[in-house]
Write a protein that binds this ligand. Structure first.
Ligand code: ACO
Length: 489
């Protein structure tokens, strides 16, 4: 095929019925460019809102990014219909069986499995960067005793960034991480080592502050997850070592959670990073996004749901309430997977290993009954709602004795790796970084003139004016105790 015929075959022909014009839009990598639609403009029809900006070309609407590709990536591939997940081409099942979280981290960030020597250097850098400044203790102690650990961790990443002015493009110049020369790459990698190395330390500190325990210095000679468990659980015993079974189980869970391409939190990291802010702020933003119950908070939500169901015989009634839209079946459904999440099978196996050490979780029977009923139920089958990674992971964390609100932290710590892999890739992509600035469809008021306050008619109604709030600070006792007479002085 000649060049022009070939390019015509790889294109989309669009006819604008408003103007009769035809447009050829190239298809590259099975993708069409949204900006190509800007050329498809038409005169504004009589009576049409000027805010539609019809004469400036078509916009592409995609609420919730259902079918919009925002970046080219070489990191993770998911086929949601076939239940396939690959990191840099390697199937997740092979990595879970043969690799470790840190080796997989190297793979995700640098694109290939490391040689023994490369791995040794990487591991030593990460572990070397696990210690935080002594002042960090004061930061952790400033939280209230019942602060959610995700609130602590999110703030901690941002706090951490305040120590490293050399990693801040606002202070050092915009091209700090985009230059791609030796110094820029070395600076970038140092921040990556710090963020991965200190993620476990910050998370363990968030854990210990909630338990009322003093902090411990990260140990030497343990694996990444071994060191994390040590930092949470060591209470002064001599030669303390975490259980190797639990250490390996957590390592597998970390590896499975390390990346999942452009999920909400990774997108948040890239969106935030696209303003060229420092990586600590971008990671803090990702952490905040992960915390939501539709994303990384789902593992916590699953356990709360199982507790509320109580026992297997209550499962049918619970599922009916889900179908009546009164409840959500947490741990089921996924934007990308329309079949079982491949990670859920590996997690299920890991759970059995953990239960051999910890004993079976009392919620397991309810979880099994719920799982078995839901996967056969027409409501879920029709909507292709299958168990996701969070359905089982919470049960393992619970069996390992972690408090419920710590579960999202156990997701965030390994996901730091994926966020950083994507952030690094974006910083180094050819053509530089473009700020992520989506468009909106404005459907609000047209132009109107200011009305002086005396002439305004009050607008009332729910959502249109502030809803009256209860002032919880003023109790009956404080109201009674307040002196309302005149003070004689
Ligand atoms: N329980 C009940 N109904 C559900 C569920 C669920 N868990 N998930 C989706 N549905 C229904 C929706 O109501 C919708 O029904 P409709 O077509 O009749 O209106 C249909 O299935 C399609 O669902 P969407 O909401 O369009 O799917 P979307 O891709 O936007 O959402 C999400 C995906 C957020 C994960 C959703 O499935 C959900 O809320 N699941 C529960 C929370 C959860 O487990 N999150 C973890 C995700 S994995 C992760 O972050 C690691």
């Amino acid at each position: 095929m000649g060049r022009s015929l070939e390019s015509e075959a790889n294109s989309l022909t669009v006819r604008d019925n408003r103007t009769g014009k035809t447009f050829n839009i190239p298809i590259v990598d099975n993708t069409i460019s949204a900006t190509a639609f800007k050329a498809i403009a038409a005169p504004r029809k009589e009576g049409e809102r000027e805010e539609n900006e019809t004469e400036k070309g078509l916009r592409v609407a995609d609420k919730g990014f259902l079918n919009t590709a925002v970046i080219q990536s070489q990191i993770t591939y998911i086929d949601g219909d076939a239940g396939v997940l690959r990191y840099r081409g390697y199937p997740i099942e092979q990595l879970a069986l043969h690799s470790s979280h840190l080796e997989t981290s190297y793979l995700l960030i640098y694109g290939h499995l490391p040689s023994r020597e490369q791995y040794k250097v990487f591991e030593s850098e990460i572990m070397h960067h696990s210690i935080v400044h002594a002042d960090a203790e004061g930061f952790f102690r400033s939280f209230r005793y019942d602060a959610h650990p995700m609130a602590i961790l999110t703030s901690a990443f941002s706090y951490l960034g305040s120590y490293y002015s050399e990693a801040n493009p606002s202070l050092q110049g915009q091209t700090l991480f985009t230059k791609g020369d030796h110094n820029s790459l070395a600076n970038m990698d140092k921040q990556i080592f710090r963020l991965i190395g200190k993620a476990t330390t910050l998370a363990a500190m968030a854990y210990r502050i909630r338990q009322g325990r003093d902090f411990v210095t990260p140990p030497t000679g343990l694996s990444y997850t071994g060191s994390f468990l040590y930092q949470m659980d060591h209470l002064g015993q001599e030669n303390y070592r975490p259980s190797p079974v639990l250490e390996r189980a957590l390592d597998v869970l970390f590896l499975l959670h390390a990346d999942h391409e452009l999920n909400a939190s990774c997108t948040t990291v890239l969106q935030t990073g696209s303003s060229l802010v420092d990586p600590y702020s971008a990671i803090a933003a990702g952490c905040a996004s992960l915390y939501g119950p539709l994303h990384g908070g789902a593992n916590e939500a699953v356990i709360r749901m199982l507790i509320s169901i109580g026992s297997p015989e209550n499962v049918p009634a619970f599922l009916e309430s889900v179908k009546r839209r009164e409840k959500v079946l947490s741990g089921f459904g996924h934007r990308v997977y329309k079949t079982s999440d491949p990670r859920s099978f590996i997690i299920r196996k890991t759970a059995d290993e953990v239960f051999k050490v910890t004993g079976k979780d009392e919620l397991l029977d309810t979880a099994m009954a719920l799982h078995d009923a839901a996967i056969k139920d027409e409501f879920f089958v029709k909507r292709k709602l299958a168990p996701n990674v969070d359905f089982w992971s919470g049960l393992i964390y619970r069996a390992m004795g972690f408090p419920l609100d710590f579960f999202p932290v156990l997701f965030a710590v390994p996901r730091v790796v994926g966020w950083l892999a994507h952030w690094r890739q974006m910083m180094l992509q050819s053509g530089g970084v473009k700020i992520w600035r989506p468009r909106q469809v404005y459907v609000g008021a047209g132009k109107r003139d200011f009305v002086p306050i005396e002439e305004r008619k009050p607008v009332e109604g729910p959502k249109q004016a502030p809803t009256p709030v209860m002032h919880s600070g003023i109790t009956k006792r404080t109201a009674m105790a307040e002196f309302k007479g005149k003070t004689k002085l």
